[in-house]
Design a protein around this ligand. Sequence first.
Ligand SMILES: C[S@@+](CC[C@H](N)C(=O)[O-])C[C@H]1O[C@@H](n2cnc3c(N)ncnc32)[C@H](O)[C@@H]1O
Length: 359
Amino acid sequence: MTVMETTALDMAKAEAFAEQVGDMINAGAAAAMVSLGHRLGLFDTLAGRAPSTSAEIAEAAALNERYVREWLAAMVMAGILEYGPKDKSYWLPAEHAACLTRDAPLGNLAVYAQHVSLFGKVEERTIHIMETGEGTGYDDYPCFHQIMAEDSSQTVIAGLFEHILPLAPELDGRLKAGIDVLDAGCARGSALIAMAKHYPASRFTGYDLCADAIEFAQKTAQAEGLTNVTFETRDLTGYAEAARWDFVTSFDAVHDQKDPFGLVKGLSASLRPGGVYLMQDVGGSAHLENNFDFPMAALLYAVSLVHCTPVSIGQGGEGLGTMWGWETAERFLSEAGFARVERHVLPHDPMNVWFVARK
Ligand SMILES: C[S@@+](CC[C@H](N)C(=O)[O-])C[C@H]1O[C@@H](n2cnc3c(N)ncnc32)[C@H](O)[C@@H]1O
């Protein structure tokens, strides 16, 4: 017996839902095209530009006109670009450029569209892990560290000195005087490099599992001529360095570890008296029912399924997932020996939660 035969179908509800699914698929396609436009610099080419033909836009972006024309059509249908049929011209309204370009005043949402494309790139692998229960490795994700660096340039670097470090008011003076700082899970090292430039008297160290990200960080620091920052490829599982640092940070780097609680405990023990641990992580709740209004919650659970959960399982870990929840983070911090834990949500970064933990 089919659903149709056993239950009286509310046709209006069914049709409205079918329309919703259709809109969702259309929006998903548009998101994949936004990712493409971001990677090819097309939004930056279009920003501030007068209405232009596909040939003019393709030439300005140094791309093939025929393909650019198809991308432009997709963007017009998605309501992102506007179109003048008379002279077949396209333009990006300033209000739309405000969240789609590399210097967008509202933050560049096109960066997050890249996750949608990543889902497609790793779909075969995701099917495989769902069938077998296996994990993944960072090498399974093309461009992962580049996307993360773009993400954290908006959530971390953009607000680092104005909003983030002031969460622990004692830090600025101590960093100016000269202290030892660790960034755990530093990836390409952009937060440490920004701090090393700003606070030349302090000494900065970054550890990360991925050698390619560490190599990138080392080259960037060298190109900047920095001598007060070092990077090391290091698996933080079982991390133990007693009383080594005055200030420890982790930016979105705890939940996808093999042993997140073990890491928090190790970081707690690695602080000298008076030390501060600053932890940024995803700010959703551990309870599904609390996340309906959380920004981009479906995207975050999807990122969790294709990336954060399997990279932890791939290291032999428990796979807490992206939405492990601020409640879990807060519990880990208090059980790891921090006596004073503050939780903050910053206006420029509504998807994350910031903890300042002191012993
Ligand atoms: C989501 S990324 C965040 C990277 C960076 N902090 C940022 O904000 O862009 C998580 C990072 O944790 C690192 N990581 C995961 N497991 C690790 C482990 N066992 N030891 C050291 N680093 C690890 C990954 O290589 C990755 O760079």
